[in-house]
Design a binder for this molecule. Structure first.
Ligand code: SF4
Length: 379
């Protein structure tokens, strides 16, 4: 049996409900109307309590949209989660929120239950573009929410921004960045629009009805945003994440450090005792099954080493070669020396005495770099 100190100290909790369905989204979510929300919370808390957790350093409640729950539902969820926890150990407690849903009473509930980080799904400050991508909030909702969160004592606020949206120009991106900088937030996550299967945007694309920026404009936007954020004092500490000093996301760094974590809720993934698991989805399957986990996969050494690279290279600091060798009992240079040299010749990777890490170009083409680290099956 694992000692308390060997158990994961992070948990992801999934709330799969949304008050709108965005045109680009392929996450595990449903429109909240007529859904068994209370039964879902009951099942989720039962799953959480069955894990018998008393110490967590980071909790991340994501979705879907956690703030799609009513204030009393949110209150029941957060009380249930924190009820048996040693709160003195809890360092970072993040809840994702949709600016349109975040009312005063919900902010009060977050505050009452030790949430200390709020992640707002802003995407853009351009109201026309917000409508075009299926969001129901406006830029004004964002400004109002940030003001109210700050008034309630939330200092650690992060927002998600998406660029390369349909019809978006570099001038639009410049306006978004200028607005962002006036807000002086401690953290920003930045994504390029990705077309996923089974989304409204993918259907439109197939019908030739989606006007996306070219690859060149995508690159121009990406470079512009990074330059501006870095000049404003944000550290580009991970492919998609920028933080002021001390505001890097501890929970997300845990993923990129390839640590183990619990995952609770429909469709949530977790990694405990060397097993990666995924929970039942859709919601009624999740509620019905006593054993919530539907896929359980023990990773081979080869898979563990690949994941260490895929995840670790996302960070600005990259992967520490000596730590890799020690963790897996396999010499980093022997396994990956040639791959690193090739990627360095393409200017996608760089290294110093201790670490191997991606260049800015590498960060833009992340997947190409990751693929190079797939090992053959003999290992
Ligand atoms: S992007 Fe977020 S708010 Fe929009 S549908 Fe997906 S999970 Fe819901």
């Amino acid at each position: 049996m694992k000692t308390v100190s060997q158990r994961p100290t992070s948990a992801y909790i999934h709330i799969p409900f949304c008050t709108q369905i965005c045109y680009y989204c392929d996450f595990a979510k449903v429109y909240i109307k007529n859904q068994p929300v209370d039964d879902y919370i009951t099942a989720l808390l039962a799953e959480f309590h069955a894990a018998n957790i008393s110490v967590l350093k980071t909790i991340y409640i994501g979705g879907g949209t956690p703030t799609a729950l009513s204030a009393p539902q949110l209150d029941r969820l957060l009380s249930g989660i924190t009820q048996h926890l040693d709160l003195s150990a809890l360092e970072e407690f993040t809840v994702e929120a949709n600016p349109g849903d975040l009312s005063d009473d919900k902010i009060a509930v977050l505050k009452a239950h030790h949430v200390n980080r709020v992640s707002l799904g802003v995407q853009t400050f351009n109201d026309k573009l917000l409508k075009k991508i299926g969001r129901s909030h406006t830029a004004q909702d964002v400004f109002d929410n940030i003001g109210k969160l700050r008034q309630a004592g939330f200092e650690n606020i992060t927002i998600d921004l998406i660029y390369a949206l349909p019809t978006q120009t570099l001038a639009d991106v410049k306006k978004d960045v200028a607005t962002l900088l006036t807000l002086d937030l401690p953290h920003v996550a930045l994504y390029s629009l990705i077309l996923e299967n089974h989304t409204i945007f993918m259907n439109k694309m197939r019908r030739g009805k989606l006007d996306l920026p070219s690859e060149d404009s995508d690159f121009e936007m990406y470079t512009y945003i990074i330059d501006q954020l870095e000049a404003a004092g944000y550290d580009h500490y991970e492919i998609s994440n920028f933080g002021k000093k001390g505001f890097e996301s501890a929970h997300n760094l845990m993923y990129w450090d390839n640590a183990e974590y619990y995952g609770f809720g429909a469709g949530a993934s977790g990694y405990v005792d060397g097993i990666r698991y995924k929970n039942h989805v859709p919601i009624h399957h999740y509620i019905k099954h006593l054993d919530k986990q539907v896929i359980k996969e023990t990773l081979t050494l080869k898979e563990q080493m690949e994941e260490e690279l895929f995840l670790g290279l996302r960070k600005k600091e990259g992967v520490n070669m000596a730590a890799f060798t020690e963790k897996f009992g396999q010499d980093f240079e022997t396994i990956y020396g040639d791959v690193v040299a090739l990627q360095m010749s393409k200017h996608l990777l760089s290294k110093n005495e201790e670490n191997v890490f991606m260049t800015r170009q590498g960060m833009l083409l992340g997947n190409d770099v990751f693929e190079a680290f797939l090992l053959d099956d003999e290992r």
